[in-house]
Write a protein that binds this ligand. Structure first.
Ligand code: SF4
Ligand code: SF4
Length: 235
């Protein structure tokens, strides 16, 4: 289509993902826009940059909540696809950006974009989340994020030779902790009581979180579902 004053959109993104058709990218954007929260998260953008100045991720990454708000306000489908395939995973979801004078919630827009990315099982999303599969496994199964038995020399070579010693002696050291919920526990950060775990498992299934996991990592789903279903049947 030739550029005219009517369709001119300065700064409009190039097609950096030619493997996806424009219609496929547009479908993802429309899915975000159809979310009931969308209208409450975006009212336009002054380009003032206040969200950027309050955003911790913008300090450390090539990332900008202003760009996200602008791309969404312009309905720039190509730019939005760039964002959904990469930028959204740089957001810490801290919501410092809600101080936007226009009333926008760029972090909320990121939440919606993430949900659509996961629901559609985008390859970039699978790649990003693969690195977190051990953490997801722990959180969903044990109720806490990291555990002493994750401290393995193979996974933390940058910690130097001491990791092997920590790892080998961890069961003994954990026995020495004078706190009931920690003593001797190596496969969780702390022991979560069974009632709480069963409630958590029920929440993961009932809220559709397990369906999401299945969409992005079927192997992880199988591991989690087997344990959870067995525990829920035994209660
Ligand atoms: S929620 Fe995301 S975009 Fe908003 S300030 Fe935090 S890191 Fe930045
Ligand atoms: S603070 Fe709000 S109006 Fe200002 S650049 Fe960010 S999103 Fe746009």
């Amino acid at each position: 289509m030739p550029t005219t004053l009517e369709n001119w959109n300065p700064g409009k993104a190039e097609n950096r993902h030619p493997e996806m058709t424009y219609e496929e990218k547009e479908k993802l954007f429309l899915e975000v826009k159809e979310d009931a929260r969308y209208e409450d998260f975006l009212y336009g953008c002054y380009e003032c940059g206040i969200c950027v100045s309050s955003c911790p991720s913008a300090r450390f990454y090539d990332y900008s909540p202003r760009v996200i708000a602008q791309a969404m306000a312009r309905e720039d489908v190509e730019r939005i696809y760039d964002i959904i395939s990469e930028d959204i995973w740089n957001c810490a979801q801290c919501f410092s950006c809600v101080r936007c004078p226009r009333g926008n919630n760029p972090g909320g827009l990121v939440t919606l974009l993430r949900e659509v990315a996961v629901r559609n099982g985008l390859q970039e999303t699978r790649d990003v989340l693969q690195g977190y599969s051990r953490v997801i496994y722990k959180v969903m199964l044990k109720g806490n994020q990291v555990s002493p038995d994750m401290l393995q020399p193979d996974f933390f070579p940058d910690w130097g030779p001491w990791v092997a010693q920590f790892s080998a002696n961890m069961p003994v050291w954990r026995k020495a902790i004078p706190v009931d919920t920690l003593r001797g526990v190596t496969d969780a950060a702390w022991k979560t009581d069974r009632k709480t775990l069963l409630e958590l498992y029920t929440i993961w299934f009932e809220t559709g979180n397990m369906d999401i996991i299945k969409e992005i990592d079927e192997g992880l789903y199988d591991l989690l579902a087997e344990v959870m279903q067995e525990e829920l049947e035994d209660q």
